[in-house]
Design a protein around this ligand. Sequence first.
Ligand SMILES: *[C@@H]1O[C@H](CO)[C@@H](O)[C@H](O)[C@H]1NC(C)=O
Ligand SMILES: *[C@@H]1O[C@H](CO)[C@@H](O)[C@H](O)[C@H]1NC(C)=O
Ligand SMILES: *[C@@H]1O[C@H](CO)[C@@H](O)[C@H](O)[C@H]1NC(C)=O
Ligand SMILES: *[C@@H]1O[C@H](CO)[C@@H](O)[C@H](O)[C@H]1NC(C)=O
Ligand SMILES: *[C@@H]1O[C@H](CO)[C@@H](O)[C@H](O)[C@H]1NC(C)=O
Ligand SMILES: *[C@@H]1O[C@H](CO)[C@@H](O)[C@H](O)[C@H]1NC(C)=O
Ligand SMILES: *[C@@H]1O[C@H](CO)[C@@H](O)[C@H](O)[C@H]1NC(C)=O
Ligand SMILES: *[C@@H]1O[C@H](CO)[C@@H](O)[C@H](O)[C@H]1NC(C)=O
Ligand SMILES: *[C@@H]1O[C@H](CO)[C@@H](O)[C@H](O)[C@H]1NC(C)=O
Ligand SMILES: *[C@@H]1O[C@H](CO)[C@@H](O)[C@H](O)[C@H]1NC(C)=O
Ligand SMILES: *[C@@H]1O[C@H](CO)[C@@H](O)[C@H](O)[C@H]1NC(C)=O
Ligand SMILES: *[C@@H]1O[C@H](CO)[C@@H](O)[C@H](O)[C@H]1NC(C)=O
Length: 748
Amino acid sequence: FKNSFTINTSYDHYEYPYYYHKCDTGYSKTTTWEIGGDCCSWAGVTCHPISGHVTQLDLSCSGLVGNIHSNSTLFHLSHLHSLNLAFNHFNHSHLSSLFGGFVSLTHLNLSSSDFEGDIPSQISHLSKLVSLDLSYNMLKWKEDTWKRLLQNATVLRVLLLDETDMSSTSIRTLNMSSSLVTLSLRWTWLRGKLTDGILCLPNLQHLDLAYNWDIQGQLPKVSCSTASLGFLDLSGCGLQGSIPPSFSNLTLLTSLDLSSNHLNGSIPSSLLILPRLTFLNLNNNQLSGQIPDVFHQSNNFHELDLSNNKIEAELPSTLSNLQHLILLDLSHNKFIGQIPDVFARLNKLNTLYLGGNNFGGQIPSSLFGLTQLSELDCSNNKLEGPLPNNITGFSSLTWLRLYGNLLNGTIPSWCLSLPSLTTLDLSGNQFTGLPVHLSTISSYSLGILYLSYNKLQGNIPESIFSLVNLTLLDLSSNNFSGSVHFRLFSKLQILENLDLSQNDQLSLNFKSNVNYSFSSLRSLDLSSMDLTEFPKLSGKVPNLMFIYLSNNKLKGRVPNWLNETRSWLHELDLSHNLLTQSWDQFSWNQRLNYLDLSFNSITVLDLQLNKLHGTLPSTFPKDCGLRTLDLNGNQLLEGFLPESLSNCIDLEVLDLGNNQIKDVFPHWLQTLQYLEVLVLRANKLYGPIACLKTKHGFPSLVIFYVSSNNFSGPIPKAYIKKFEAMKNVVLDAYSQYMEVYIHLGLKL
Ligand SMILES: *[C@@H]1O[C@H](CO)[C@@H](O)[C@H](O)[C@H]1NC(C)=O
Ligand SMILES: *[C@@H]1O[C@H](CO)[C@@H](O)[C@H](O)[C@H]1NC(C)=O
Ligand SMILES: *[C@@H]1O[C@H](CO)[C@@H](O)[C@H](O)[C@H]1NC(C)=O
Ligand SMILES: *[C@@H]1O[C@H](CO)[C@@H](O)[C@H](O)[C@H]1NC(C)=O
Ligand SMILES: *[C@@H]1O[C@H](CO)[C@@H](O)[C@H](O)[C@H]1NC(C)=O
Ligand SMILES: *[C@@H]1O[C@H](CO)[C@@H](O)[C@H](O)[C@H]1NC(C)=O
Ligand SMILES: *[C@@H]1O[C@H](CO)[C@@H](O)[C@H](O)[C@H]1NC(C)=O
Ligand SMILES: *[C@@H]1O[C@H](CO)[C@@H](O)[C@H](O)[C@H]1NC(C)=O
Ligand SMILES: *[C@@H]1O[C@H](CO)[C@@H](O)[C@H](O)[C@H]1NC(C)=O
Ligand SMILES: *[C@@H]1O[C@H](CO)[C@@H](O)[C@H](O)[C@H]1NC(C)=O
Ligand SMILES: *[C@@H]1O[C@H](CO)[C@@H](O)[C@H](O)[C@H]1NC(C)=O
Ligand SMILES: *[C@@H]1O[C@H](CO)[C@@H](O)[C@H](O)[C@H]1NC(C)=O
């Protein structure tokens, strides 16, 4: 048996939808299996004390890789009571009908072991099963097999079939097994309507039907008064209508998840006062109305998530009774009024999300006394006034997000000295003042710092550069001033995103002989800062993908460091500068998909072999100074050839080859006096090559490359004459398509 597999204990096991399970044993039980010894002493093997028959085989997480065929010696173990082969890799093996021969089995566990195909009907012979786990395999149930199993396995208590295919099975069949205690059928494509027959199964304590989109319909009225259900997860099932008040008949419920359905109406108060309910998730529905003011009767909640609904009005002050709360998420609803001052006794609260509502007034003071709070999000409300200067809590805070409010005054120093803070977002408020006290920044754990869109002024405090864990720094759209040595930012070795834009009083000081190291930088926004020179980043910016330098005073040539980033650069904005030349470094950049060079004085534009798409700009201005326009090999440029290209009277090179341009031959280019190179090869141009109107058309043309289009008709005589007058001309015309190669020793 051992020799029919290879062993690989470093396989990851993918469990849909959320996580990878990694077997942490790191060794295979079969390594102890040596011929000659007593097999009953091998790891994972248990024998009957008298008969010596193998009764239990537990090879879970043993790194077995290979197929289990019907001729496997496994099937000789006819006395097995318990078989666990979970978390191995049986290489899409089909489940052999011989599994049905293990008639003594009480426990069968084949979870996450890469079985596939139909479940054999013989599985219903396993009438003594107490626990069956086939979850996370691509196994498919036939309804008959499933029904017969439920009928025959009368002592089955645990049934885990998550992510097996039950699409041919109706949910109605679930009420057949009255012995079930735990039933988990997440993501099984079950269909049909949920009935209370299932919710009321006499022994069922744990029911998980999450992510079966086809269940739909309404939640059933619960008419039994003796349900044993403690855990119910119906999230992501497409359920509609309101939550029936009779759900309160499920008196033993401790955990209820109805999130991500289409439930509407208001939350029944009877639900909120279920005596044991500690976990309630109604996130992402269409619930409306108010939160029933009943928390004086029920204070057991540990987690209460009502986010992403349409619940309105003010929050009840009885929330203050929820002393066991660890998580409260009321974000993205329509709450109004002040956030009530209810937090004094909620001293276990770890996560509080109130963002995306219409809360106004000041943040209540009791909130700032919470010592266990780890995440606080009050963003996108209408909260106003200053933050308190002195607070007693927040010692555990890791996330503070208050963006998009009307908070004003100065940013208090505690904000930047919280010991565990990793994310601080105060952007989009009205914070003012000189950040003098910001010089005492001591939240060294900070990874993300947004202070953008406020009214902060003065120098950027140098202490920001000691935040060595920063990956994102956004100080944009403030009124920072003074001069900062760019070199200081390179202390932030893992910085990925730097935005200093729209601080027009701030200047950056680049030392030309310094190589600034930004090995992690992905996005750099230094627009509208009156920059006169490009930041010098030579050779040290392998990950830079987004560069915004618009509206500065950059002149001359783009420096060579763009070469270093060519394999990653996605977006580049150099508009509104004083640039004039040399764009060859953009060619061959396979990822560039946004480029703004407008409002410069550029004459050479080489953008070949990028991934630009869309149409060519339709208006080239009257004073267009372009001499070279090379867009070859972008493959996705489409549409027409703009006639306004003839405004670029200095144009010498026009290369639009290898794109998808669909138009007739651009005869209007023949007036361009200096045009030497015209490449239109491999597009979708069609029709005849238009006759020259004057014999002086294309007076300077030396390269004319138009093959692989849909042109028809002969080559105009006038052209042939022209070409014949040139040196080294090769004409190659076949059928109605034309291949014209002209070699003048020039490199194309
Ligand atoms: C073991 O599995 C891992 C993960 O699938 C794979 O990367 C590795 O190459 C495998 N090792 C052997 C020896 O096949
Ligand atoms: C997995 O099965 C395929 C055929 O289905 C076979 O080619 C391959 O060798 C098998 N891999 C292992 C590790 O047994
Ligand atoms: C078991 O069956 C498989 C597939 O039919 C075959 O490839 C393999 O050689 C057989 N093994 C033995 C030991 O007979
Ligand atoms: C099946 O085995 C895996 C791995 O040992 C375990 O995580 C899982 O809980 C088992 N299933 C049942 C129903 O006991
Ligand atoms: C029920 O289980 C018994 C005992 O294993 C078996 O003989 C019988 O065929 C099974 N019935 C069905 C319908 O599978
Ligand atoms: C299961 O539900 C159906 C209707 O949905 C009903 O006809 C049947 O009697 C129920 N079976 C059991 C065992 O409760
Ligand atoms: C609970 O179930 C009983 C039937 O057992 C029913 O009469 C009652 O109306 C149900 N409770 C609610 C709140 O609907
Ligand atoms: C709830 O949604 C259903 C359709 O799913 C609709 O008929 C009903 O009017 C809605 N009720 C409320 C209170 O919005
Ligand atoms: C903050 O509190 C401390 C002691 O509780 C006190 O010494 C200090 O003056 C207070 N600061 C402000 C700005 O109120
Ligand atoms: C802050 O805003 C409030 C109104 O919301 C205003 O009364 C107060 O004067 C402002 N304070 C400062 C320092 O701007
Ligand atoms: C910076 O991040 C590293 C890695 O996540 C962590 O170990 C270290 O404690 C952090 N530094 C501070 C001051 O929090
Ligand atoms: C920006 O700061 C300067 C002083 O550094 C000040 O004169 C100016 O009024 C401020 N602008 C705004 C919009 O606050």
